[in-house]
Design a protein around this ligand. Structure first.
Ligand SMILES: Nc1ncnc2c1ncn2[C@@H]1O[C@H](COP(=O)(O)OP(=O)(O)OP(=O)(O)O)[C@@H](O)[C@H]1O
Length: 345
C-alpha cells in the first residue's frame, strides 16, 4: 500500500468566471491509501473520463465514493467544482440565474424646449457552478446527485450527450447555448441503498454516464485506511476491522457498520491507548457505543446490540485474540447464541 493523492488546497486560479469561480485545486494527501483495489477502480474511472465519459460511483455509505471521486479528480489536474445534491436545488442553482436588472436612462436635452428620454433595461445573468465548469473546462464532483430532484439535473442531459449546455433563459440574448469546454469532466456519486431523501435518478441521465458499482473494500484495504486515518499500528487496526466486518456480515444490514466505524474506534484507541481486546475497557465501550449506534434498525433479532457485540468480542478472544481468524475463515457466530436486542425480554 502506498499513500498518495488528494486534498483540497484552496481556490484554483484560472480564467475569471462570470459571477465568481469557486473551484478548488486538488493536491496530494499522505492520508490517502492507494491499495490494489483502490488503484484498480481509479484506473477504470480515469480511462472512462479520458475517453470523454462521465463517471458515476455508486455504492452504500462509507465505501469511499467521495474520497475516490476527489482522488480521481485530482488525477485529471483541472480545477474542481464540488456540488452536493440537495432536494431544494432547481436548475438555476446549477446553471445560473437572473440577478437583477440594469436600467440605463438617456436624457437628451439638446434642444432646450425638447427633452428626449430613452430607457433601456437589461437583465443581469450570473453563472452558477455547472455553467462555469462547462465554460472553463473544470472538473465537477457532484456528490449524492440523486438527493436533487431529477428535473434539477436536466441540464446534464444535453451537457453529457451533445456537449452543449442549454440555458433557455438566455435565448434571444445570443447566449442560449454554451459549448462545453473539451476538458470538462463530471464525476457523480450516489448511494443506491439509501431510500430517505433521495430520488430515483432518470434512466436517461444514467444512460449517459458509466456507473462503477462500489462495495466495501477488502480487509487489507480497510486495515490500511483505518491505520492511516487513526494513527494506530496495523496490528490493532486489523483487530478493529475484523470486529467491524464481522458485525457487518452477521448483523441486520450488510452495509453497517461501515469503515467509518473502524476509523472511529481506532481513533478512540489512538487517543486513549491500550489494546484492541476485551481486557481494555476503552475498546469494549467504544465498540459497544460506536457499533450499536451505527446499527440502523436496532429492533430486529439481527440488531447489532451491545450484548451482541460483547458476544462477538468474547468469541474473537477465544479464537486467538481477535486476530481475524473468524473473518478470514468465513465462520459466523451462532445466531441462536446471539442475545436479544434492546427491548427484548
Ligand atoms: N482510499 C482511502 N484512503 C484514505 N481514507 C479513505 C479512503 N477511502 C475512504 N476513506 C475514508 O473512509 C471514510 C468513508 O469514505 P467516504 O466518505 O469517501 O465514503 P462514501 O462512500 O462517500 O460515504 P457516504 O455515502 O456515507 O457519503 C472517510 O473517513 C474517508 O476519509
Amino acid at each position: 500500500m502506498s499513500a498518495v493523492a488528494f486534498a483540497s488546497v484552496g481556490p484554483a486560479v484560472d480564467e475569471p468566471a462570470n459571477g465568481g469561480d469557486d473551484s478548488i485545486a486538488l493536491g496530494p494527501s499522505n492520508a490517502f491509501v492507494s491499495s490494489p483495489a483502490v488503484q484498480d477502480i481509479t484506473e477504470r474511472a480515469l480511462a472512462y473520463l479520458e475517453a470523454g465519459y462521465a463517471v458515476h460511483l455508486s455504492g452504500p455509505p462509507g465505501t469511499g465514493k467521495t474520497t475516490l471521486a476527489f482522488h480521481v479528480a485530482a488525477q485529471l489536474g483541472r480545477p474542481t467544482i464540488l456540488i452536493h445534491g440537495d432536494h431544494e436545488f432547481g436548475s438555476s442553482d446549477l446553471i445560473g440565474r437572473e440577478s437583477g436588472y440594469r436600467k440605463s436612462r438617456l436624457v437628451d436635452n439638446y434642444i432646450a424646449s425638447v427633452v428626449k428620454l430613452e430607457e433601456e433595461g437589461r437583465a443581469l445573468w450570473i453563472d452558477n457552478r455547472i455553467t462555469t465548469a462547462c465554460r472553463l473546462g473544470h472538473s465537477i464532483i457532484y456528490d449524492e446527485f440523486n438527493r436533487s430532484k431529477p428535473e434539477a439535473n436536466n441540464p446534464f442531459l444535453s451537457i453529457l450527450s451533445e456537449g452543449v449546455l442549454n440555458i433557455p433563459r438566455l435565448h434571444g440574448r445570443g447566449e442560449g447555448y454554451v459549448n462545453v469546454h473539451p476538458r470538462f469532466r463530471a464525476i457523480f456519486t450516489s448511494n443506491p441503498a439509501e431510500y430517505a431523501g433521495v430520488y430515483r435518478a432518470q434512466d436517461a441521465l444514467l444512460d449517459r454516464m458509466i456507473t462503477l458499482h462500489l462495495g466495501h473494500y477488502d480487509r487489507d484495504t480497510e486495515i490500511a485506511i483505518t491505520t492511516s486515518k487513526s494513527g494506530i499500528d496495523p496490528a490493532r487496526a486489523a483487530r478493529v476491522v475484523d470486529v467491524v466486518r464481522q458485525c457487518r456480515s452477521e448483523g441486520e444490514d450488510p452495509h453497517y457498520p461501515t469503515l467509518r466505524a473502524s476509523i472511529a474506534i481506532a481513533r478512540v484507541l489512538a487517543a486513549r491507548g491500550g489494546e484492541a481486546s476485551l481486557s481494555n475497557p476503552v475498546f469494549l465501550w467504544a465498540c459497544r457505543d460506536i457499533l450499536s449506534q451505527t446499527s440502523p434498525n436496532g429492533k430486529s433479532d439481527r440488531a447489532v446490540s451491545p450484548a451482541f457485540i460483547d458476544l462477538l468480542l468474547r468469541r474473537f478472544e477465544g479464537e486467538g485474540g481477535g486476530d481475524g481468524a473468524a473473518a478470514r475463515s468465513g465462520r459466523r457466530p451462532e445466531r441462536q447464541a446471539a442475545p436479544r436486542s434492546k427491548g427484548g425480554k
